[in-house]
Design a protein around this ligand. Structure first.
Ligand code: F6P
Length: 322
């Protein structure tokens, strides 16, 4: 292998830059030339390649976002455009591609690998952590810490009033952010897409705690919960069964930006460097992850299961702590 390409895809995640840096530097040590593809799969289709040299990835380990941009590509779902992308790689003599991204992006990577000619490795990077088996994804830890900073502030004001504070966190189809932010932020409950919520029971629990003198109440809700209506949906539903004074804070894209945490920088650096080693040893068509501290190769097709069993213990923990 003399050349490889790398792209970032989907929602950006803090740590993507640290990962790019690790790929470029460790490839350079092996005399491999790395091309960065701008704007994810869109750039692969539109032939937007530029060489990334070791000095060009200096001073980015601490930066959020992605220096090569990212996108969600509808065109890449179409085989015709994947062929075009493959041709763009082939004409430069590139037969190896690293895709850094979340669930949808790794599906795209899988298709490209299956259709031949290109060796593909996926590195899980998404604040949502919406992939089974892989453990923490690049960006998740930073997003949780960002959410916790906001929740701690909300708790200060919540504990001096009698309002119920709803904090909506990201996660269109997945509640990992809610779970960790809920446990770490000492929330009274988390409402997420994977588990049903008994609202009447929740209302009774809050009333009971109030009768014992508890001040402040924080409920964390995933944007994809309450039939995809998130925090607004929870307000609507709570208003039907209670007369609580409700407030809502939507953390939104604040969670996606910012300097990556130490955990994300180290995870991203390990995965990036290991991906180069893997190609060198002839491994391909799989995802690299760190489910139990050790970097592990997981075939793309194993990433299609549900996350519920991995989440269960965390979900049960919430009710033990109120
Ligand atoms: O990156 C994942 C995610 O943050 C989801 O939690 C959220 O639903 C989505 O991205 C929103 O992203 P965008 O605004 O880029 O569509």
């Amino acid at each position: 292998m003399k050349h490889l390409a790398v792209l970032t895809s989907g929602g950006d995640a803090p740590g993507m830059n640290a990962c790019l840096r690790a790929i470029v530097r460790s490839a350079s040590n092996k005399k491999i030339i790395v091309y960065g593809v701008s704007n994810g799969f869109e750039g692969l289709i539109d032939d937007r390649f530029s060489e990334l040299k070791p000095r060009e990835v200096g001073n980015i380990i601490q930066r959020g976002g992605s220096i090569i941009q990212t996108s969600r590509s509808k065109r890449f779902l179409d085989r015709k455009y994947r062929e075009q992308a493959r041709d763009n790689l082939s004409k430069r003599g590139i037969d190896s591609l690293i895709v850094i991204g979340g669930e949808g992006s790794l599906k795209g990577a899988k298709c490209l690998g299956e259709e031949g000619k290109i060796n593909v490795l996926g590195l899980p990077a998404t604040i949502d952590r919406d992939l089974p088996l892989v453990g923490p994804t690049i960006g998740f830890d930073t997003a949780i810490n960002t959410a916790l900073q906001a929740i701690d502030r909300i708790r200060d004001t919540a504990s001096t009033s009698n309002t119920v504070h709803i904090v909506e966190v990201m996660g269109r189809a997945c509640g990992w952010i809610s779970l960790f932010a809920g446990i770490g932020g000492g929330a009274e409950a988390v409402i997420l897409p994977e588990f049903p919520t008994n609202l009447q029971k929740l209302v009774n629990q809050i009333k009971e705690q109030r009768s014992f003198g508890k001040q402040g109440c924080i409920l964390i809700v995933s944007e994809g919960a309450c039939n995809s209506a998130g925090g607004e949906g929870l307000i609507r539903d709570l208003n039907e069964v209670s007369n609580f004074d409700l407030r809502i804070t939507k953390l939104g894209h604040i969670q996606r930006g910012g300097n990556p945490s130490a955990v994300d920088r180290v995870l991203a650096s390990r995965l990036g460097a290991e991906a180069v080693d893997c190609f060198f040893l002839g491994h391909k068509q799989c995802v690299l992850a760190q489910p139990k501290d050790k970097i592990t190769m997981i075939p793309f097709e194993e990433l299609s299961g549900t996350l519920v069993s991995e989440m269960e213990d965390y979900y049960k923990l919430i009710s033990k702590l109120v």
